[in-house]
Design a protein around this ligand. Structure first.
Ligand SMILES: *Cc1c(COP(=O)(O)O)cnc(C)c1O
Length: 748
């Protein structure tokens, strides 16, 4: 089908009396056929991205754009009296929790966009990340039945189903392919578990928490399930084509492990080669070491997966044996390298009856990468220090990126058009050209201010409709949208807002430009303190928004069910991007990049990719505050006592006290007291104020007020925002994916 035929068929489509869902399915099916007709010849060497999460979002608009027919479809539908925006009703495919899953989706988009053969493998969860409702200020989780409008962008490949064996059951894995359109047509292959009721459970739910102890066994089954399905397919395809010689497997295939979740794939690969193809163990291990590469995404100790050996032995006895063999082999190698006993135990894949997935990934991986410069340094000097000492050549940095197609062209058409007018349209095919804006900044400030205020009022309209909160035009928009986690420090923003609110009421803050703080965040269902922070923010919002004395100057909104589609609106309509994690804990961040590309200045700490953002866009065009990594390390050594900050009559004591002095109600749950205790005496294994919220609070408020004052000069502020846009090309995932292709995958 060519474009003319596609257009003709669309024109012939009857729309009268059809529901949105019917139209969505029919138009998508038509576009899918058109897209598949552009299919590219298979590449010699392919890269495969194994990931437990693909946070795809809505495919409809993005795919039409990638196919170059979005405007055509918009026009034809308009002639038929159908507004294309009705398809905003269609659910996001939220098959991921946050940044890690969204990165996987951006990588697939960019690989197709620049013409690299990269395909994704993951799980086709029946229910994606829960839908978040807010009741009385508390988060409530509802099932996310993302397929209820149908799934017209997936193709079920019945004939390619496979059997996955556990000790206690056999599960059928059925692949569904979602094409990814661009210069190439690549595939995201998601496996669905079928068979007994117990079997189906494996692909029923995305685990909303990537950091809790719950349901360990099911999670282990999920990880093995899709890893084994993918590895089985790749190995058998190779055997069919090249006979049973696997020495050249890595010449045709490379597998990127997105965090530790799919690391069992390497053990399954060795199991399959040794057990089914009689490849000697050392050879199979050697081939694995050329095939797999590992990306680390976090240094938080609770998120580095370890599997209980008994559990593995119970449901995956053959994998258990393979892991033990790898372990023994690793010991031999490390002994030969003259590692000390302590060093061996640090790097060991098996210790205290647990298998460390990170250590296995570092041992097998031909490459180990962090996701921002600072993060990679922390891996080398801290988390994987010993491995780095013995295998320095494995380590490399690949700073994350985001796809400008979704995160600029699709979500900010108006800004994209301003860029077209300023530097021509070639940047749409070569994002590095965006830097051309640098030489026109002062000419386009007025145009930019217009675009920004348009995106802000679109966002305000949407928020009014969905959250019932009215934000007057002209308000400065500060946004903090991301998963809710203590290290991301939404609580610090909440405290800062209280500080500003108090200052406005007392009159100590004068000449304040009207501002709104927008939060969006889901908390893992079992993460009590994170949920308490959501309630706390909602309590603050009620109080601040209803205070007639200040609500012409200050508003707070917590948007419900933050997801990719909401993010598209928020990043376009924001002035100030809040990226305030405790230094050393946010591996990279990608939200920060989306905001930058849409012209928000960053108010943040020297953490993750924020460091590279200010390096490129200029410290003077962003607002950096707070303790840096070295300072945090020093504080930890000498002993940080947050209670000292609470003694005098300070901002700190005022803000923290609101958790316990009855200013706000937690509905009798005791949640706020728990937050207070976490700050003052520590919670579980955490030290008091483990994330240095109180320590950085005052400098945060100062930074927010500095921004507020600077905003008075709208033109100069627009210059700062434009400098960010003009220097954001580095954060395109097109750049990132090309680096992976050259430095790790060796594909073209
Ligand atoms: C980009 C994105 C994230 C990641 O945000 P960070 O600020 O980097 O944590 C999370 N969720 C959604 C829906 C996103 O689009």
């Amino acid at each position: 089908m060519n474009e003319v035929e596609f257009t003709e068929q669309l024109k012939g489509l009857k729309t009268d009396g059809k529901t949105t869902t019917e139209l969505y399915n029919e138009i998508s099916a038509l576009a899918l056929n058109y897209g598949l007709s552009k299919a590219t010849a298979p590449a010699t060497k392919n890269a495969y991205y194994f990931s437990m999460e693909f946070l795809i979002g809505r495919s409809f608009f993005n795919n039409l754009m990638e196919l170059g027919v979005l405007e055509t479809v918009r026009g034809i539908l308009a002639e038929k009296g159908v507004d294309i925006n009705v398809f905003e009703e269609i659910e996001d495919a939220a098959l991921g929790n946050g940044g890690l899953g969204r990165l996987a989706a951006c990588f697939l988009d960019s690989a197709a966009g620049v013409g690299l053969p990269l395909h994704g493998y993951g799980i086709r969860y029946k229910y994606g990340l829960f839908k978040q409702a807010i009741e009385n200020g508390f988060q409530v989780e509802l099932p996310d039945d993302w397929q209820r409008f149908g799934d017209p962008w997936s193709i079920r490949r019945e004939s390619e189903k496979r059997l996955i064996k556990f000790a206690d059951m056999t599960v059928t894995a059925v692949p569904y392919d979602m094409p990814v359109f661009g210069k190439r047509v690549n595939f995201l292959r998601l496996w669905q578990a079928e068979g007994s009721e117990k079997a189906q459970k494996i692909s029923e739910y995305l685990y909303p928490a990537d950091d809790t102890e719950d349901g360990k066994m099911l999670r282990l089954r999920q990880e093995y399930f899709f890893s084994a399905a993918a590895v089985g397919e790749l190995v058998e395809k190779h055997a069919k084509k090249h006979g049973k010689n696997f020495d050249n497997f890595a010449d045709f295939n490379v597998i990127q492990l997105n965090d530790t979740h799919p690391v069992l794939a390497s053990a399954e690969f060795i199991r399959k080669l040794t057990a089914e193809y009689k490849v000697p163990f050392p050879d199979a291990l050697g081939i694995a070491k050329k095939t797999f590469a590992y990306t680390n995404h976090t240094v938080l100790p609770e998120a580095l997966e370890c599997w209980n050996a008994d559990l593995v032995k119970k449901i995956l006895p053959d994998i258990y044996s393979v892991l033990i063999k790898i372990h023994l082999r690793q010991r031999e190698e490390l002994t030969a390298l003259k590692c000390s006993a302590e060093e061996i135990s640090e790097m060991s894949i098996y210790a205290s009856d647990r298998f460390s997935m990170a250590n296995l990934a570092v041992y097998i991986g031909k490459s180990v990468n962090g996701v921002a410069k600072l993060h990679t340094e922390i891996l080398e000097n801290n988390l994987f220090k010993t491995a780095y000492k013995y295998y320095p050549e494995k380590f490399q940095n690949k700073t994350n990126g985001i796809t400008q197609r979704r995160w600029l062209m699709l979500c900010n058409k108006e800004l994209s058009e301003l860029i077209d007018e300023t530097i021509g349209e070639k940047w749409r095919n070569d994002i590095s050209l965006l830097s051309g804006i640098n030489s026109h900044i002062r000419d386009i400030t007025d145009g930019f201010i217009k675009v920004k205020s348009k995106k802000k009022s679109q966002l305000f309209d949407y928020i009014k409709k969905h959250e019932g909160v009215e934000i007057p035009d002209g308000f400065i928009v500060y946004s903090q949208v991301k998963r809710l986690h203590e290290y991301k420090r939404q609580l610090m923003t909440a405290f800062a807002i209280l500080g500003i609110y108090k200052g406005l009421k007392s009159g100590s803050i004068k000449d304040f430009q009207p501002s709104v703080f927008i939060f969006g965040a889901k908390s893992a269902p079992a993460y009590r303190r994170a949920k308490a922070i959501i309630k706390f923010i909602n309590e603050i919002a009620v109080k601040v928004n209803s205070d007639e004395a200040t609500n012409g100057l200050l508003k707070v909104v917590f948007v419900r069910n933050y997801n990719v589609s909401y993010a598209e609106k928020i990043v376009a309509g924001t002035d100030v991007s809040l990226q305030v994690s405790t230094a050393g804990l946010e591996a990279s961040g990608t939200g920060n990049m989306k905001f930058m590309m849409n012209g928000a200045v960053t108010c943040g700490t020297m953490d993750g990719a924020n460091i590279e953002i200010v390096e490129l866009a200029g410290l003077e065009n962003n607002y950096i505050f707070g303790e840096e990594v070295d300072g945090i390390e020093r504080l930890k050594k000498v002993g940080y006592d947050p209670c000292k900050l609470l003694k005098s009559n300070t901002l700190h004591s005022f803000a923290a006290s609101t958790l316990i002095d009855g200013t706000f109600s937690d509905g009798g749950s005791g949640d706020f007291k728990e937050l207070y205790d976490a700050l003052t005496v520590g919670a579980s294994w955490h030290k008091p104020d483990n994330y240095f919220v109180l320590h950085d609070l005052q400098s945060y408020v100062d930074a927010l007020l500095k921004i507020n004052a600077d905003y008075k000069n709208k033109k100069e502020f627009a210059v700062k925002q434009l400098k960010n846009i003009a220097n954001s090309a580095y954060f395109s995932s097109d750049r990132t994916i090309k680096e992976y292709a050259t430095d790790i995958w060796e594909i073209e």
